[in-house]
Design a protein around this ligand. Sequence first.
Ligand SMILES: C[S@@+](CC[C@H](N)C(=O)[O-])C[C@H]1O[C@@H](n2cnc3c(N)ncnc32)[C@H](O)[C@@H]1O
Length: 179
Amino acid sequence: MSNKKYEVRHKYDSTAEQYENRYTAIQKQKYFEIFSDIDIEEKTIVYDVGGGTGLLLNYLKQDNITIIVNDISLEMLKVGRKKYPLGFFVCADSEFLPFREESGDFVTCISVVQNLVNPQKTIDECHDIATKKGYLVLTALKKIFNIKILKNKVKKSGFKIIKSWNLSIEDIAIIAKKE
Ligand SMILES: C[S@@+](CC[C@H](N)C(=O)[O-])C[C@H]1O[C@@H](n2cnc3c(N)ncnc32)[C@H](O)[C@@H]1O
């Protein structure tokens, strides 16, 4: 594992217990701005890549939605599993996702890629696990990522951009579709 990955994992492992106290309000505002435009009606599988403690799982919870939360930090996932015992939590590096190809209707990756050494590899993995009609929902810190650069990475992986914009706090957001 690279030094940067090790450091990132250590940072989130050691602050996992405080994460929701610090960030729930901020992350929920981001989810609200992203998902107010998206209707999820049919039975849907969501992979939340870098999903941490499962805040998105809590936000989106509906009977028709199954969310699989992935993260590199075991401690973040443990906090999540305690709060949301019915959720699915999978510890893995987003550069090597252990999910079946073309199995996710939505792949979300919210406030994660600014932590990564090679964001392209993770976006490519998101593309692999999205179904043919699947969507990617990606956000990243504005102060670290230029929206043009991030859009190019999304396009390079094979997704088509549907919408990209500045969220009211912290992040830029991109919604893209595989086909
Ligand atoms: C700012 S938090 C966002 C968590 C969650 N998406 C949310 O909305 O609350 C960033 C998350 O990315 C995870 N992460 C960082 N690098 C990762 C990697 N290589 N693979 C999987 N998760 C990673 C961190 O452990 C952390 O939980």
